[in-house]
Design a protein around this ligand. Structure first.
Ligand code: SAM
Length: 332
């Protein structure tokens, strides 16, 4: 049994049942999904952003950041010749950039749908006009990632998370009602976060119409108002991930690369604690550094690292896409 501190900011990671919380969460994932992990690619298409989140380096007030939008033609080449064989799904991510969505993301999805009909398409593009959600869906995307960041309304306002809390909740509900599989999530260790906020967030994530959710540790972002704050506690983050799994057996829960920034074996620990999705970063190395979520030297999960982590966690790679799995589930 892993030895863990008995109390983490008031949370107890152990209880009276057999095994640690992480072991039980891993066993539940095995029961529901088996030991097969979905592997998706992510391309960070644009770092323009109209939001001003205190935790994110791409906030609009960061005037030192070189802004980029990848070109459609080079993206077309990348997906034609540069997609690793292990991936079944592709996630297109941007800052909140309606121009980049219209000019690049939408046409790219149309191309993918036509040229690679078996590839599942996820997007993580922010809170948008419902008309754009409909166009993205019509083009061929099916999985929308839109994180709450924090489940407490006042805290959400204090950290200047996108728009306001009610708009974010309304967006999640609208997306689910209009046929998207929706994934949300939160950041552990955000400045101003209390144990009560975490409880509230876990509770809310269990009640929203979601197909998945993530837990990431806060990483103090360069060129942000939170630059001098401490990063999120790894054990608390993994504890939240395990509890997310135990409360929501059917959720798709990613292992996020930021875990490796706060613990040498963070990614593998997440897979052992019930995560069932891994992501290979495919953003061209020339632009990756400027997709400044937090630090320029992010921990980049390339294909070999993802394969090694999955093997080390005694899992294997799913041959069926996330999109297909969720489609079949909704048809049952
Ligand atoms: N702009 C879109 C949105 O708001 O949904 C999507 C892209 S956003 C840059 C991607 C995610 O990065 C956010 O949802 C947030 O959880 C994460 N992120 C940003 N800054 C972070 C930080 N300092 N530490 C951990 N995660 C962070």
């Amino acid at each position: 049994m892993t030895s863990l501190p008995l109390s983490l900011n008031g949370f107890s990671p152990l209880d009276r049942e057999e095994g640690t919380l992480e072991e039980r969460a891993g066993a539940l994932r095995d029961e529901v999904f088996g030991r097969e992990v979905f592997v998706r690619g992510v391309i960070e298409v644009s770092n323009y952003c109209r939001q001003n989140c205190d935790y994110c380096g791409m906030r609009r007030d960061n005037r030192e950041l070189r802004r980029f939008r990848l070109e459609l033609e080079s993206l077309r080449e990348l997906v034609r010749h540069g997609l690793p064989g292990t991936i079944t799904d592709l996630n297109l991510q941007t800052g909140e950039d309606p121009v980049g969505i219209r000019e690049i993301v939408l046409p790219l999805i149309e191309i993918l749908r036509h040229e690679m009909p078996r590839l599942g398409i996820s997007v993580c593009l922010g809170t948008l006009d419902p008309k754009i959600y409909a166009e993205l869906k019509q083009a061929g995307a099916s999985y929308y990632i839109i994180k709450l960041e924090t489940g407490n309304r006042d805290h959400y306002r204090e950290i200047h998370a996108p728009g306001n809390f009610d708009q974010r909740l309304a967006a999640i509900r609208h997306l689910a009602e209009t046929g998207w599989s929706v994934s949300s999530g939160f950041i552990v260790g955000l400045p101003g976060q209390t144990p009560e906020h975490i409880e509230e967030t876990l509770e809310l994530l269990g009640h929203l119409p979601l197909a998945g959710a993530s837990v990431s540790p806060f990483i103090a972002g360069e060129q942000t108002p939170f630059a001098r704050h401490a990063s999120g506690n790894f054990e608390l983050t993994i504890n939240c991930l395990a509890r997310l799994r135990l409360r929501n057996p059917s959720y798709i829960i990613p292992a996020v690369s930021a875990l490796n920034m706060v613990h040498a074996n963070g990614y593998v620990r997440a897979l052992r604690a019930g995560a069932n999705l891994a992501t290979i970063n495919l953003t061209p190395s020339t632009d990756r550094g400027d997709y400044l979520l937090y630090k320029r030297n992010r921990f980049i999960m390339h294909e070999q690292r993802v394969k090694d982590a999955i093997a080390e966690a005694d899992c294997s790679i799913s041959a069926v896409s996330l999109a297909e799995t969720l489609k079949q589930k909704s048809c049952r």
